[in-house]
Design a protein around this ligand. Structure first.
Ligand SMILES: C[C@](O)(CO)[C@H](O)COP(=O)(O)OP(=O)(O)OC[C@H]1O[C@@H](n2ccc(N)nc2=O)[C@H](O)[C@@H]1O
Ligand SMILES: Nc1ncnc2c1ncn2[C@@H]1O[C@H](COP(=O)(O)OP(=O)(O)OP(=O)(O)O)[C@@H](O)[C@H]1O
Length: 284
């Protein structure tokens, strides 16, 4: 039997850091939502007790460094499953982009193996397992739109935001999340986003208010180190995106747009100096 799972990318509509914790992580307040750019996973049981990963993408690890591998090993160990699995990862989400591609693959693996092996693990428990794999994994298990606090694992679910187009553009650089959090001076943040306003805009499905409330404190660090991300933000705004923000620790920048005619214009404009541009929608 083969099992298929989609692993969508996330964007951070807002990302605030409250303080650095004693365990090295940062206490955050983020609003996250899923978009319809997704990796596709195929899972099949193997006769041998082993985990095997393949991918058409030549640039990701396929051994125990892969988050899908780690998710499979975690579920096997925790539920004492003596069976093996073959996982094929069709990567569509750019890697190290701030779009949680690896985390979403891990979450999809948890969901898929739960089905493949008939484990009946409740979704809440899958999210708890996800905490062991990474801060974004619990959110990726259930998707939707949520306020994430703690180090990202405490989730309060929100309704879907106002419908709109999302233009994603990734400059040709890879950014390490650890490096960006490591360089952030949590007690010297100049401008915190207004998380409450973002929540209100989502609840009211108010697109303009949502655009005004966009904010990400990690931008200060990434834009300083990688000027091309700042240039990309400015270009997207100039081309007419109604709201523009860097996602996660970057370098992907997203623009929110309501008018379809404007989307095509911005897409064509960006393709001039950025190879990886995607037009997607928020998953409702
Ligand atoms: C930037 C975001 O993607 C926004 O959604 C997340 O906050 C990061 O999520 P993630 O990539 O799943 O993060 P993890 O794999 O748990 O951690 C990667 C690195 O980021 C740092 N990190 C992560 C989350 C957090 N709240 N504080 C941190 O300081 C960790 O110290 C670690 O060095
Ligand atoms: N299944 C996977 N897909 C992509 N990268 C993976 C995967 N497993 C492990 N990695 C490694 O994880 C690192 C980060 O990749 P990923 O695409 O998850 O970053 P990201 O989008 O910035 O994540 P986040 O937004 O959660 O910080 C890469 O260096 C990559 O080699």
């Amino acid at each position: 039997m083969k099992i298929y799972e989609k692993a969508p990318a996330k964007i951070n509509l807002s990302l605030d850091v409250l303080h650095k914790r004693d365990d090295g992580y940062h206490e955050v307040e983020m609003i996250m939502t899923m978009v319809d750019l997704a990796d596709r996973l195929e899972m099949e049981e193997l006769p041998r007790d082993t985990i095997m990963i393949t991918s058409q993408a030549g640039y990701i690890p396929l051994d125990e460094k892969n988050l899908a591998f780690q998710a499979a090993r975690l579920i096997k160990d925790r539920y004492d499953v003596k069976k093996g699995v073959y996982i094929h990862l069709d990567k569509q989400i750019p890697v190290a982009a701030g779009l949680a591609g690896g985390s979403s693959d891990a979450a999809a693996t948890l969901r898929g193996l739960n089905r493949l092996w008939g484990l009946n693990i409740p979704e809440q428990e899958l999210r708890k397992l996800g905490e062991e794999l990474g801060s974004d994994v619990p959110f990726c298990v259930s998707g939707g739109t949520a306020l994430a606090s703690g180090r990202g694992e405490k989730l309060t679910y929100l309704p879907s935001p106002a419908p709109c187009w999302v233009i994603l553009a990734k400059p040709p650089i890879n950014v390490s999340t650890a490096e960006i959090y490591g360089a952030l001076k949590a007690d010297e943040i100049h401008r915190h986003p207004d998380t409450r306003q973002m929540i209100q805009s989502i609840e009211n499905r108010d697109f303009d208010q949502m655009c005004q409330a966009l904010g990400n404190v990690l931008e200060e660090v990434t834009l300083e180190r990688y000027p091309q991300v700042r240039q990309l933000k400015q270009a997207m705004l100039r081309m007419g995106a109604e709201g523009v923000l860097m996602s996660g620790s970057g370098p992907t920048v997203f623009g929110l747009v309501q008018k379809e005619s404007r989307v095509t214009r911005i897409y064509n404009g960006l393709r001039g100096f950025c190879k990886q541009v995607y037009v997607v929608r928020i998953l409702t």
